[in-house]
Design a protein around this ligand. Structure first.
Ligand code: ADP
Ligand code: MG
Length: 491
């Protein structure tokens, strides 16, 4: 039988606020356990939550970015459950009236190896996004059979983003998660740090016979904090469900965990339903009212978004779909690229793209540095590319200049490349007379190679080019050198 896989994701993104959502404690990662937990986070009797305006601002920005509806009125609710790292025994969340309703996230998939999966673009619809607080952490190591509780994370603001069950493969789910990850970082609402748990996905997975209208029963894989685990977990889970059904078994709704060690999912508990949580509006908090003026102010402060910017890179600079997607993988990369183009001149977009994605990315990668820490600024790189485009530098010599820029030679200004070229005498030789003179010298000095070429050995041609380049200390324009040499030999 042919099976169709159905996936919906619930994603938790830590919001990039300095303090917690209902208390003044810091949200900074990595402090001593419980150093950042105040009376509110500890749920001492008599304390009251106070909503952090910055968290609401993040939710508004997100709602605008996904073109959802920002609710003029939303309500905080108590979600009741007991957990050792949840001292109130309820989590403040939103239930019936979330702050963002609807919207969507565009994804695109390249052609994949698997037959039948063509390149495609589609929009994953969002159900809602709501504000809530994170819980603390239970620490099970280093306590000799006991557990420790760290409440630093308790009360960290989260945006839970719930998708419709619109994805049909693990590849689509990963594309969606990546697009969402790019988006929240792009608009500055979350640092998206996967290692620190600032961006985690729960994947709801079900399968159904191809052509069936009703969805199958889903199981929810909790807390996936890497795109690779997301893919592996969904693939394993879907295959497990298909095998179970084909064996005549039934799928029971459940919450499952993915074990990266074994690559398997296993049931943690049967799935609770909403009524198990006894949701009710939190009497300690007023309804959240967002007026038009607030929304318009937020709208005015929004950057150009990744999707329109990607399309603009294709239209305005003539970049390929691949280049445009790569250069809009983060706001920093997109800004860097455009600043380099501005410095190099508009017609240099393609070589700028190549340098940003090629030499620069490789060099940063080699030293494990982020783009923000690049010693070569966008203006400097643009200045370098301009000298390739105008023929001053060959690509090979340009790599030398890049290395010099990287090491701080030429000083920290846009014309640094020119200074290095001047100081080191790296200007490409394009003067026809100079190239001719060089070639004549090389031909005279290598009569045996010339004879070999005339006897039909093409290899001898390359050897002569090599000799000439050496004589020019790498600076001769390669195209001119090649063309002139051939003319001379075939004369
Ligand atoms: P809950 O809050 O109890 O987890 P929801 O109904 O809000 O349940 O759904 C949570 C997620 O599960 C959503 O992302 C939704 O798209 C997804 N989902 C719902 N039904 C299915 C299904 N049959 N198969 C796969 N995903 C599903
Ligand atoms: Mg859920």
């Amino acid at each position: 039988m042919n099976w169709e896989i159905v996936i919906g994701l619930e994603t938790h993104a830590h919001l990039a606020t300095r303090s917690k959502i209902f208390s003044g404690s810091s949200t900074a990662f990595g402090a001593e356990p419980n150093a950042q937990a105040n009376a509110v986070d500890l749920a001492l009797p008599g304390v009251l939550p106070v909503l952090n305006r910055a968290a609401v601002e993040c939710a508004i920005r997100f709602g605008l970015a996904v073109e959802g509806r920002v609710a003029r009125k939303s309500v905080f609710a108590r979600k009741n459950y007991f957990y050792p790292d949840l001292p109130k025994a309820y989590q403040i969340s939103q239930y019936e009236l979330p702050v963002v309703v609807g919207g969507g996230v565009a994804i695109s998939l390249g052609k994949t190896e698997k037959a039948g999966e063509e390149a495609m673009e589609k929009t994953i619809r969002l159900t809602r996004a709501h504000l809530e607080e994170d819980a603390g952490k239970s620490l099970h190591e280093d306590f000799r059979g006991k557990s420790g509780i760290d409440l630093n994370r308790a009360g960290t603001p989260l945006l839970e983003i719930v998708s419709e069950p619109d994805m049909r493969s693990s590849a689509e789910a990963v594309a969606y998660a990546r697009a969402l990850h790019t988006l929240v970082r792009w608009i500055g609402v979350s640092d998206g740090n996967l290692q620190e748990g600032s961006f985690r996905c729960d994947a709801n997975v079900s399968v159904r016979p191809a052509g069936q209208r009703e969805f199958g029963t889903r199981r929810e894989i909790k807390n996936l904090n890497s795109f690779r685990f997301l893919q592996q977990a969904i693939d394993y889970e879907a295959q497990w469900q298909i095998a179970t059904l084909e064996d005549g078994g039934r799928i029971e709704q459940a919450t499952v965990l993915f074990d990266p060690g074994t690559g398997e999912t296993r049931a943690m508990r049967t799935k609770e339903d909403a009524h198990d949580y006894r949701y009710f509006p939190d009497p300690d908090l007023l309804p959240l009212i967002i007026d038009d003026e607030w929304i318009e102010r937020a709208r005015a402060a929004m950057p150009e978004l990744p999707e329109p910017r990607r399309r603009r890179f294709i239209d305005e600079y003539g970049l390929s779909a691949y280049d445009a997607a790569t250069l809009t993988s983060s706001l920093e990369v997109a800004d860097y690229f455009e600043a380099a183009v501005a410095a190099a001149g508009g017609s240099a977009a393609k070589p700028c793209a190549n340098w940003v994605m090629g030499d620069l990315a490789a060099r940063l990668n080699r030293e494990d540095r982020a783009l923000a820490e690049s010693p070569v600024s966008a203006a400097q790189l643009g200045g370098l590319v301009a000298r390739i485009v105008d023929g001053t530098l060959s690509n090979n010599i340009a790599k030398q200049v890049f290395e010099a820029l990287w090491n701080g030679e030429g000083g920290n200004h846009p014309k640094a490349a020119d200074e290095i070229i001047e100081k080191r005498g790296l200007k490409q030789i394009t003067d026809a007379g100079a190239i001719d003179a060089l070639l004549d010298q090389v031909l005279a000095a290598n009569p045996s190679m010339v004879a070999e070429f005339k006897a039909g050995r093409e290899k001898a041609f390359n050897a002569l080019v090599g000799q000439a380049m050496k004589a020019a200390r790498g600076k001769a324009n390669p195209q001119q050198l090649n063309a002139r040499l051939r003319e001379k030999l075939e004369r």
